[in-house]
Design a protein around this ligand. Structure first.
Ligand code: IPT
Length: 987
């Protein structure tokens, strides 16, 4: 067989300069991003056939027939070819290192002049730096080949000096979508080829800095920092703030410093100067260690409140604009995220600069994943085949060399989901030798033989507890077992945030705060990778796997983040923020115990406030004196007595204290007043409402029954009107549009709830009317609610009473038969006129809440619209439920015409959960994209729930924990309906 073409060779590439640190310097640089010329060929042969005529790298080549393309960018997102999504299956036959003949090949071309002030060639050379090309590139400058590179999310530099001209430099880059490197880059994400990160030309002055390593340790016992900058070829270091002047490279100095931590990201600006170049240093002093079984920074255990971040932008894919990277970090900081795992490749280098600056712990992960070999029994796995080891070492080196000077990076990760193999050991040895100052992470090898932390993904809370107690299942090898049992533990992925969820965050957090070995984790994942598209009539939606006609794909599994694709925080992020908040509130209204949950910062950066609400209205508020507690410290603070004005109001409604911690001063990531943490304490319960007195008597009126303001259909007992409002329903409802966490086929069989619900027929329950009877005090409707082909059912009685003004509905549910699955929900649904689009309620808000995701919901008076209550999960599913609702008012939106009534009032006895939509549950369940949901012109569909089943995170991980399951059981609940008076006609 002939030797393999360059793009199928296992080697890292050819022609590249040795890897080195990313740094900013005084030497001129030229950003080559912008409009390039572009030609796509369906195969490598087709691209090369073009070269037969005239090579596209040559000066004078006529590219007028080519398209324009923005670089950095992916060509499939600019109208050439299309994206494709698979989770771990390779979208081509597994025959390493061979790739398909259909190998989209993009030829890129740029002609550029040097700026007038670019130094002459006798003052030095130049390198061409490509920060990221997916997946294999071959590069020419001025018609001469510079080399070939693989390693999509890693930089490569070529010596450009000898080829540079003042004008008309022709840069030509041939990019192949598939290469041997594709086998090493099987991350769960879109396959998106292209030059997707910056391309720059760097002047390299003679006598300039080739590379440098900043060593800045911190000794927490002495408060001293030790700085040493190793540089090739040398130079002198100056850090004015520390009084360090002209320290020779390679020499250490020890000075008092403020340490760098994610909470206190103290950076010292400095320079490294040679005669020819000045390099900017941003020095953060910190020491990372694994000591006594704990991962420590500056001598203290840290708790990771992390997220996994893929690079994603709904229009630009992984070519993420700088402003977007910054927005990501601001959003993280504002939601109490303190750590990022750069899943599953080193991020754009500027992202790490921002992490240094704003303060995040970073697990920097190598661009390496061979997950698809799991589908072929791991046969031929590159990480266990020495022929691939040079490529593995090349990737490790390019990551470590580029990112070694970032204080934010505290762990190196060898990669993700590669199974096990010797190559990983060699990569770990290489990294350890090069940088002993950072522990090593890798999840895929349970023996932990190459790593310094024990890492797992999606372990259940029960298993995490055992690990916390160091009583986990032993490994077969006692020596490895003893070693692993002594390691600190992190969950590199947990709480799969796909669609509505994750549920159960608080249950994990409790473990992290109980067991010192459990040092937190990283939610999977930060953002949904939806691609922005439009319907033919111009409505925007987000596409996922399968939407581009892929023959193999994994659907919407690519949308499993805490942000929707346009970076709108999902309710899951609000939940995360509340669950991990770094200030803890315990006790009760009589005495609140406040604990500083930071690892390093005292509470001096926060200001505390209290407020007192009666029936959701704030009647008094003020500052709360809290001592500037050290990390871990706590103090009891007295609230109250309730302010005098409040007492007068108290009889009208339940009262709550709200305590909150806000930023005392502006920070780099939020303004003073930004709320970091809060809690509520009940001050007085809701005053007992007098029960509705059933004074109205029912009467028959032709085919209708009348009771107080209600008109019912005598045949089925359903309400048809309330006062002047047409109504349909209410009747028992147990169905919800399955969430991704309900529906995922990857889940364990017992957690595949949607499948089990469908099999039982919960989506097609029938209501048999057994009796519609007028009784002295009202109306009684007996029914049996059950699906075809099953002998189980829910005997359901509706008892209606009225005081002449309002209607009370008491529902009694009696399950019959053996219910093998939890119910999705238990409530009633009804339809009310479409004009009732404005919603006000007193209860949990402002966002949605479910039994195992309710920490972000606080008791108050809230207002929204029916449209505003919806969470547009990329694949439509159950959403938007407001929990703990004491009462809700539905009225006309401004301008919405309601003829006979002002609206509807629904009261809980004492509470219910409210969903209101412009479509039915069945329509919601059938929709594949948000644009499939078309508003019903006539009706708003309400579900008033007594209870819902939890969310869990079974789309990849544990299902709903027992405490949040909704088992069918005898249940009674009641609601009171009233009509709001309409506006009186004028004149
Ligand atoms: C895990 C992967 O590491 C991650 O990339 C993502 O695919 C996630 O699953 C699910 O969204 S691997 C899985 C076998 C747990």
């Amino acid at each position: 067989m002939p030797s393999l073409p360059y793009y199928e060779q296992r080697s890292p590439g050819s022609g590249a300069l040795p890897p080195r640190a990313a740094f900013a310097s005084s030497a001129p640089r030229l950003d080559l991003g912008g409009r390039w010329r572009f030609r796509l060929s369906p195969t490598v042969a087709a691209a090369e056939a073009h070269d037969g005529q005239a090579h596209f790298a040559a000066d004078g080549y006529d590219d007028t027939g080519w398209a324009d393309l923005t670089v950095p960018g992916h060509w499939p997102l600019q109208g050439h070819g299309s994206p494709a999504y698979t989770n771990h299956r390779y979208p081509f036959p597994v025959d390493p290192p061979r790739v398909p003949t259909e190998n989209p090949t993009g030829d890129h071309r740029l002609v550029f002049d040097l700026p007038a002030d670019w130094p002459d060639s006798d003052s030095g050379g130049a390198v061409l730096r490509l920060e990221g090309v997916d997946s294999c590139c071959r590069v020419w400058l001025g018609g001469t080949e510079l080399g070939v590179s693989r390693g999509s999310r890693l930089p490569v530099e070529f010596d450009a000096g000898p080829l540079l001209r003042r004008t008309r430099n022709v840069l030509a880059v041939r990019v192949h979508q598939w290469s041997s490197g594709s086998y090493l880059e099987d991350q769960d994400m879109w396959w998106l080829p292209g030059i997707f990160r910056d391309v720059t030309l760097l002047h390299r002055p003679a006598g300039g800095v080739r590379d440098l390593s900043v060593h800045a340790g911190y000794d927490h016992r002495t408060g001293l920092g030790t700085l040493r900058v190793d540089a090739d070829p040398g130079g002198r270091v100056t850090v004015p703030e520390l009084g360090v002047a002209d320290l020779p490279a390679g020499q250490a100095t020890t000075v008092p410093v403020q340490p760098w931590t994610a909470e206190t990201p103290r950076l010292y600006a400095g320079t490294l100067a040679t005669g020819a170049e000045r390099v900017e240093l941003r020095i953060g002093f910190r020491t990372v260690a694994v000591a006594d079984g704990l991962l420590t920074v500056n001598g203290r255990r840290i708790l990771l409140r992390g997220v996994n971040r893929h690079e994603w932008h709904p229009d630009h894919g992984r070519a993420v604009p700088y402003a977007t990277m910054r927005d990501d970090l601001l959003l993280m900081k504002r939601h109490n995220v303190n750590a990022v795992r750069t899943s599953h490749y080193p991020p754009h280098p500027a992202f790490l600069d921002l992490c240094d600056e704003l303060g995040l712990w970073v697990v920097d992960e190598c661009d390496l994943e061979t997950h698809g070999f799991a589908d072929t029994g791991w046969r031929g796995n590159p990480v266990d085949d020495p022929r691939w080891t040079p490529a593995l070492l090349d990737r490790a080196a390019r990551m470590v060399e580029r990112d070694k000077n970032h204080p934010s990076v505290i762990l190196w990760s060898l990669g993700n989901e590669c199974g096990t193999g010797r190559g990983l050991g060699e990569a770990a040895d290489h990294i350890r030798a090069r940088d002993p100052g950072r522990p090593i992470h890798y999840e895929g090898d349970p023996s932990c033989r190459h790593t310094d932390v024990y890492s797992r993904m999606y372990a259940s809370p029960e298993e995490v507890r055992r690990i916390g107690e160091r009583t986990e299942e032993p490994l077969d090898d006692p020596r490895l077992d003893a070693r692993r049992r002594a390691l600190p533990f992190v969950l590199c992925e947990y709480a799969h945030a796909m669609g509505n969820g994750p549920g159960g965050l608080a249950d994990y957090q409790r473990l992290f705060e109980t067991y010192e070995r459990c040092q937190g984790g990283f939610v999977w994942e930060w953002i949904d990778h939806g691609i922005r598209q439009r319907t033919p009539d111009g409505r925007e939606f987000f596409a996922y796997g399968g939407d581009f006609g892929e023959e193999l794909h994994d659907g919407n599994f690519v949308c499993d983040g805490l942000l929707l694709p346009d970076r709108t925080p999902s309710p899951g992020l609000a939940e995360f923020k509340a669950v991990v908040q770094p200030v803890r509130f315990g006790g009760d209204a009589g005495g609140v115990r406040i604990t500083n949950g930071h690892d390093f910062a005292d509470l001096g950066l926060l200001a505390f406030r209290w407020s007192y609400q009666v029936a959701g209205e704030t009647v008094a508020e003020g500052p709360l004196a809290v001592p500037p507690l050290a990390p871990g410290g706590s103090a009891e603070v007295k609230l109250g007595p309730p302010p005098p004005g409040a007492l007068r109001k108290a009889p009208e409604g339940e009262a709550w204290w709200t305590v909150s911690a806000v930023l005392a001063a502006d920070t780099a990531w939020a303004e003073a007043g930004h709320e970091v943490a809060w809690a509520q304490f009940a001050a007085s319960p809701a005053p007992a409402r007098p029960p509705l007195r059933p004074t109205a008597t029912p009467r028959r009126d032709g085919a209708a029954l009348r009771l107080g303001p209600g008109t019912f259909d005598a045949a089925d007992g359903l309400l048809t009107a309330l006062g002047g409002l047409p109504v349909q329903g209410p009747r028992l409802d147990v169905w919800r549009a399955p969430t991704d966490n309900d529906a995922m086929v990857l889940a364990r069989p017992e957690d595949r709830l949607a499948e089990r619900w469908h099999r039982l027929g919960l989506h097609r329950m029938r209501h048999r009317i057994d009796e519609v009877r007028l009784v002295e005090t009202g109306l009684l409707v007996r029914t049996r609610v059950a699906p075809a082909a099953a002998d189980l059912g829910l005997r359901t009685a509706y008892g209606w009473t009225s005081d002449g003004v309002r209607l009370r509905l008491a529902v009694e549910v009696e399950p019959e038969g053996d219910w093998p699955v939890p119910l999705p929900r238990l409530g009633v649904r009804l339809a009310v006129p479409a004009a009732l689009g404005r919603v006000r309620w007193f209860g949990g808000g402002p966002g949605e809440a479910y039994p195992d995701s309710s920490r972000a919901s606080r008791i108050g008076r809230w207002e929204s619209t029916v449209d505003g209550l919806q969470t547009p999960y990329v694949r439509p599913q159950e959403n938007g439920s407001r929990a703990g609702v004491r009462y809700a008012l539905l009225t006309g939106e401004a301008g919405g015409g309601l003829r006979n009534s002002g609206g509807l009032r629904i009261e809980g006895e004492p509470e219910f959960a409210l969903t209101a939509r412009r479509w039915t549950t069945e329509q919601l369940a059938a929709a594949r994209h948000t644009t499939d949901l078309l508003p019903d012109p006539d009706w708003i569909h309400l579900t008033l729930d007594h209870a819902q089943h939890g969310l869990g995170s079974a789309s990849c991980g544990p299902g709903v924990l027992p405490a949040y399951r909704l088992q069918a059981a005898p249940t009674r609940f009641s609601l009171v309906f009233g009509v709001l008076p309409g506006r009186q006609p004028q004149g």
